[in-house]
Design a binder for this molecule. Structure first.
Ligand code: R1P
Ligand code: URA
Length: 298
């Protein structure tokens, strides 16, 4: 439990102004944010900061590291895994940052295209894949499909094209792939991994995804929530979208060739991508006549 009493059941904040799960308050988080799943990846990224100005580990497993890179504040937040963690992170950081935000997710994924372990996939859009629970347990709903697949939500086009170009400049064009990402509610059943222990009815899931979306390239577990929340984010004063988002995903699993990345290759990919991601954020400016450039709040 947090050390301080919470007030406001609608959006709990402690007596120091910190949010309930991420434990961030005004001044902790920059407008430019990189989010990762794994705290070790967060620490590896933070090595490229010129200076670290704030660090906090929350009781729910979020790690915040804010630092200065090329005189610009950037925050790295490690969130763990899954849709709810992305939801906590986006909503709670948004609540304590003034002005527009740019968020880049730097995650890992499974490849369902030609990308191999260690290659990078830039998710130009993401859709949700959810287990249709009733199909499995309600005999009257057996005719419904076992997995529900949403429409695609687009990444921010400007942020994505800068990110993709910088990654190509850093790693070589042949290492970078682009396309739509399937964001699943499990690493297993809803990513088409087969199991003898559960009746998942997912043997044809990956072909179904590829048929529905001809640009389907990857599977992971957070990007759709990030893109969805960015698309519905609203500046309360002018009604404009207030979060722009993009994703770069390191291929950990090749789902076609059945290969998995080595720890060394994963570390190398992080090292090769970090400056491209930071530089993308540093260079970003709002193009919609919003007069604030993305000033850091820290
Ligand atoms: C599963 O192993 C985790 O890895 C991927 C998935 O989205 C999921 O969170 O991303 P991260 O490496 O960012 O955690
Ligand atoms: N993360 C996922 O969610 N799936 C993979 O296959 C690899 C990483």
């Amino acid at each position: 439990m947090p050390a301080f009493e919470m007030s406001d059941a609608n959006f709990p904040v402690d007596s120091e102004g910190r949010t309930y799960h991420v434990e961030c308050r005004r001044g902790d988080i920059a407008n430019r944010v990189v989010t990762v799943g794994d705290p070790q990846r967060a620490r590896l990224l933070a090595k490229k900061f010129d200076q670290i100005v704030f660090e906090r580990q929350s009781h729910r497993g979020f790690l915040i590291i804010t630092g200065i890179y090329k005189q610009t504040p950037i925050t790295i937040v490690s969130i763990g895994m899954g849709l709810s963690m992305m939801d906590f992170f986006v909503r709670e950081t948004r609540a304590v940052v003034d002005g527009p935000m740019c968020i880049i997710r730097f995650g890992s994924c499974g490849s369902i295209c030609d990308a191999k372990p260690g290659n990078i996939i830039v998710a130009t859009s993401s859709y949700g894949i959810m287990r249709n629970y009733d199909h499995f347990t309600n005999p009257f709903k057996k005719s419904e499909p076992p997995y529900l697949i949403t429409d695609r939500v687009q990444a921010d086009p400007v942020l994505t094209s800068t990110l993709s170009q910088k990654l190509k400049d850093s790693m070589g064009k042949s290492e970078i792939f682009e396309g739509s990402n399937g964001c699943a509610d499990s690493f297993y059943g809803s990513q088409g991994r087969l199991s003898a222990n559960f009746n998942d009815e997912n043997e044809s899931l990956i072909p179904i995804l590829k048929k529905k979306y001809s640009d389907a390239v990857s599977l992971e577990m957070e990007a759709h929530m990030l893109y969805h929340l960015a698309s519905v984010s609203t500046n309360p004063t002018n009604g404009q979208q207030n979060i722009r988002a993009a994703c770069a995903l390191i291929v950990f699993a090749d789902r076609t060739g059945n290969e998995f990345i080595t720890p060394e290759a994963s570390q190398m990919a992080v090292e090769h991508c970090t400056e491209a991601i930071f530089n993308t954020l540093v260079e970003e400016r709002f193009s919609n006549n919003d007069l604030h450039p993305l000033e850091g709040s820290v």
